[in-house]
Design a protein around this ligand. Structure first.
Ligand code: PD2
Ligand code: ZN
Length: 229
């Protein structure tokens, strides 16, 4: 035989909740997490009861003194820049920096079947009234010259989890324009979505709609291919 290619595409592990038996709840170790909605392609899951109100409040309290105007990774250079398309404030925790962080990381590891060591540390974003995050992809664009240097640390992003730490008065949903989907931000809920290749055909374009009343707090976790130092 001259064709050396394997008979089937090589399976590779991917993060995400196991939905094989159509569960209504998933045991995440210390908490029963609700499955409220799931989409197969792209894989997107709306989760309920992921964080308690006390955990949400504690995350906001720990993040508040460390908030700065959000930067995004500049894919042309690999550096960071102020982004006019993202009018939130943000901060990164360090992985495992407190008992609260360790509890949440262990829960996410069990829920999403992905090692905490392959995840970027939790990021908290704060949106004031009028603030938004314009639609974007979370993976690093392979066509950008800065991407190879970004990928040296942990490889590509594979999936995103956006956790809602409060319920804004009005607005502030997470929108997926290619899916015609808007996720309502509800305290303790979260939306998980995965992009199986770094390409717009994944239809994972998403953004944070403007906050119309009140404020919005989220915590985001990005999952990488490999260990992220
Ligand atoms: O806050 C959001 O809803 C949001 C929307 C799009 C967060 C992110 N992206 C992100 O953190 O990547
Ligand atoms: Zn995003």
């Amino acid at each position: 035989m001259t064709d050396q290619s394997p008979p089937f595409p090589t399976a590779f592990p991917r993060p995400g909740p196991v939905l094989r038996d159509a569960p209504t709840q998933i045991d995440a170790g210390d908490r029963q997490v609700e499955v409220l909605l799931s989409l197969r392609d792209p894989r997107l899951v709306l989760l309920g009861n992921l964080l308690s109100p006390e955990e949400c409040a504690a995350l906001i309290e720990a993040a508040q003194p460390r908030m700065e105007r959000s930067l995004t990774v500049h894919t042309r250079t690999g550096g960071e820049e102020l982004n006019v398309h993202r009018t939130s404030d943000g901060m990164f925790f360090e992985r495992g920096e407190s008992a609260l962080l360790r509890t949440i990381e262990a829960r996410l590891e069990r829920l999403l079947h992905w090692p905490a060591g392959n995840c970027e540390p939790l990021q908290v974003l704060h949106y004031r009234p009028g603030a938004q995050y314009e639609p974007h992809y979370d993976y690093f664009d392979p066509a950008e010259p800065g991407t190879p240097s970004i990928l040296q640390r942990g490889g590509q992003r594979l999936a995103t989890l956006v956790m809602y730490l409060n319920t804004p008065g009005q607005g502030g949903g997470t929108v997926f324009p290619d899916l015609g989907l808007e996720v309502a931000p509800r305290q303790g809920n979260a939306v998980f979505f995965r992009y199986d290749r770094p390409h717009p055909s994944t239809r994972t374009l998403h953004g944070g709609a403007p906050v119309l009343a009140g404020e919005k707090w989220v915590a985001t976790q990005w999952m990488r291919e490999r260990h992220f130092e």
